[in-house]
Design a protein around this ligand. Structure first.
Ligand code: FES
Ligand code: FES
Length: 186
């Protein structure tokens, strides 16, 4: 790490990468990200994570960064339909695979059923973990319309919620699977 930091950005390191086919950087480069159904050209450094690209150049701040090393799932988005921690994916690795963020989950005039269920069942407190939690729950629902408690607990097991909303998240998802609406206190 020390050696890497000591290299002048525009001399030795650049010459090394110029001489190595297939390597990128360390300077910025243009990539196209396909996010929420639209293609976006962004100019980013190779070290930029998908989470940073979403929140920075694309302004999609619904995706949260908390731990920034794959331990809390706050930054969860869909990559090619799978829930992933976007802080642990380099933006230049994404290629043409579609990315869906919390901003792309709802329709123009309607919320996603998971968003409605979270509201109905009071599964939100400070809200910092909520976008990532909803992306994982929506991914679960897409592959399993009737998840049981074990399925739901497995789906949210990597999410840290310091407000402790887990019981309400489980209730919201159980109600969705059972086709029920309304609050968990009914
Ligand atoms: S911010 Fe990505 S896993 Fe914590
Ligand atoms: S609602 Fe606050 S961290 Fe989960």
């Amino acid at each position: 790490m020390e050696g890497r930091q000591a290299l002048p950005m525009s001399t030795e390191f650049q010459k090394d990468s110029d001489a190595a086919p297939g390597m990128a950087g360390p300077g910025p480069l243009a990539v196209v990200l396909h996010v929420n159904g639209h293609a976006h050209k962004v100019v980013i450094e190779p070290r930029t994570t998908l989470a940073e690209a979403l929140r920075g150049p694309l302004g999609l701040t619904g995706t949260k960064i908390a731990c920034d090393h794959g331990a809390c799932s706050a930054c969860t988005v869909w990559l090619d339909g799978l829930a992933v921690a976007s802080c642990s994916v380099l933006a230049i690795e994404v290629g043409e695979r579609p990315v869906t963020t919390i901003e792309g989950l709802a329709g123009p005039d309607t919320l996603h059923p998971v968003q409605e269920a979270f509201i109905a069942h009071d599964a939100v407190q400070c809200g910092f973990c909520t976008p990532g939690m909803i992306m994982s729950c929506a991914a679960l629902l897409a592959r399993n319309p009737r998840p049981d408690r074990a399925d739901i607990e497995q789906a949210i097991s990597g999410h840290f919620c310091r407000c402790g909303t887990y019981p309400h998240v489980v209730q919201a998802m159980l109600a969705l699977g059972a086709g029920k609406k309304g609050t968990s206190r009914e």
